[in-house]
Design a protein around this ligand. Structure first.
Ligand SMILES: NC(=O)CC[C@H](N)C(=O)O
Length: 355
């Protein structure tokens, strides 16, 4: 007799073992890394999603807070083949439902074939298939969660001072990972973190050298205030962005974004720089893409499916990446992004403009 159920949009109800009790719902997605479960589970980009781990054993090196990318677990639920007790206890303490003993190979194929789908979860001694189906019936589509930025951003400014007198960064927190802040800090940039809907006047009062739009959950179309910020400062202050940040900047310069079938979530996504011919291995976690880069130039593409992974403007001093250059988890091929954007900030101009 199972004590955990996952109701899928296909009508199927999967059975499993409850590792952390609860009833919830969310957009079902998968990620493929063998490691990095602490970083993924605390990445605000996964807000309102049910995260399935393709790798069969999750938790085999424990749980340590110093690896966390935010102050809490963000997925609404977790699905795995096997979760260790360390991770199960962590999720219980966080109040996040978790189900294992699921054939995640089969489930990942379902998601690949059917696309990211809504699902309902019921786990624990009172769980039933009907309760999972009830959760599925109230699960919103990701693009309909218009206030998702409020769920992950900050209410007030937070300042992260760096040693030295590097450029000042105004980071717009749409669900930022901590390692993005630390990647800027350790390169000498004082980072001032603002709410996703901060008024332009607060940024003007700081007079920063760089406007940085962070990663984050949900549909980029639901970050109108952040997009307006980009439109306001475009051409006045150099602008950088990661993942959701690239999508918001593209929307701000006459571009377009759209939902992908099932997205890119892993640490082995190859990206080609079309200017140099170099291929780097990247960490990715996105379910939307830039379908039209507008006034930006696409500089890097995903080798697997040609989707835009880098978009820049020399004239408007913009450098953005769809992947996560900070890794955490993942390969360190792309850390140079932070040097490039801070060079742009220090010079007040895109690096190619200063050659
Ligand atoms: N990691 C992110 O910033 C994700 C961006 C956006 N929410 C997407 O899914 O495409």
């Amino acid at each position: 007799m199972s004590d955990a159920y996952i109701a899928l949009e296909t009508g199927e109800v999967l059975e499993g073992r409850a590792r952390s009790p609860g009833e919830t719902h969310g957009e079902l997605v998968f990620t493929t890394p063998y490691t990095g479960y602490e970083e993924s589970l605390t990445d605000p980009s996964y807000e309102a999603q049910v995260l399935t781990f393709a790798y069969p054993l999750i938790g085999n090196y424990g749980v340590r807070a110093e690896r966390f990318e935010s102050d809490r677990v963000h997925p609404s639920a977790v699905v795995a083949r096997e979760l260790t007790d360390d991770v199960a206890v962590w999720l219980q303490e966080e109040g996040i439902p978790a189900v294992d003993s699921v054939d995640t190979r089969d489930l990942v194929l379902d998601i690949r074939d059917g696309g990211a789908m809504q699902c309902g979860i019921a786990a624990g001694p009172d769980a039933t298939p009907e309760k999972a189906r009830e959760q599925l019936s109230v699960c919103p589509h990701m693009s309909d969660i218009s206030d998702i930025g409020d769920m992950v951003s900050v209410d007030d400014v937070e300042v992260y001072p760096a040693e030295g007198d590097g450029p000042t960064t105004a980071l717009i927190h749409c669900g930022t990972k901590k390692s993005i802040i630390s990647s800027l800090n350790e390169r000498g940039s004082d980072v001032h973190v603002f709410p996703h809907d901060v008024a332009p006047a607060e940024i003007e009062a700081l007079d920063p050298d760089l406007l940085f739009i962070s990663n984050g959950p949900g549909d980029p179309a639901n970050y109108e205030a952040t997009q307006s910020l980009v439109e306001h400062f475009l051409g006045d202050i150099p602008i950088a962005g990661i993942c959701l940040g690239m999508q918001i900047v593209a929307n701000a310069v006459n571009g377009e974004t759209e939902k992908m079938e099932f997205g890119h979530r892993g640490v082995n996504q190859p990206v080609l720089d079309e200017r140099t011919g170099q291929v780097v291995m990247t960490t990715q976690n996105h379910g939307y893409m830039v379908s039209d880069a507008g006034d930006l130039d696409v500089t890097q593409i995903n080798v697997n499916d040609d989707t835009p992974e880098g978009a820049e403007s020399v004239d408007m001093d913009v450098i953005t990446r769809q992947y996560h250059p900070e890794a955490h988890p993942g390969p360190h091929d792309t850390l140079g992004f932070f040097d490039d954007v801070l060079s742009m900030a220090a010079a007040g101009a895109h690096p190619e403009a200063t050659q």
